[in-house]
Write a protein that binds this ligand. Sequence first.
Ligand code: FES
Length: 172
Amino acid sequence: MGRLPTGGENVYVATGFAGWGMTGGVMAGALLASLVRGTPQRWAGLYDPGRFGSAVQSAPTFLKAQWDTGKHFVKDRLDTFADGTMGPVRDLRPGEGTVVRAGGKPCAVHRDDQGELHAVSAVCTHLGCVLAFNNAERTWECPCHGSRFGVDGEVVQGPALRPLERQDPGEL
Ligand code: FES
């Protein structure tokens, strides 16, 4: 958050909230307003877009983030094909969710408080990572870029724009 190093004198940016847009957005508003007024906050340097230096200096951080995303993409897919790594549907208690293999594809299954099962594709509609269930929020969440979906598959938070494909829980 701050003045874009390569953007000229009056170009500011706020990004990288990683799912914390409600708090990060408010903080960014205060920070950017103070920069525009010429009275920067004491802590502005913590978020300065130029704090990592040149692209060469920031390459290790960038590459690690890409590696983590790639690791989730591959490992989470393999996990859904390894017996016993994901909880079976019959063991789901009300309010819980799990990813199982159905028809050769990852399937996200949730049991609601009435004991009814809801099933959607467990493949994120953004770039295809496998979702995991958040028991506290009762949402399907993507470990790669933070998309969140309701148990009905509807998008709660992007970057994904399309809902998850619904599946028939009767076939599980
Ligand atoms: S793959 Fe990017 S948010 Fe899911």
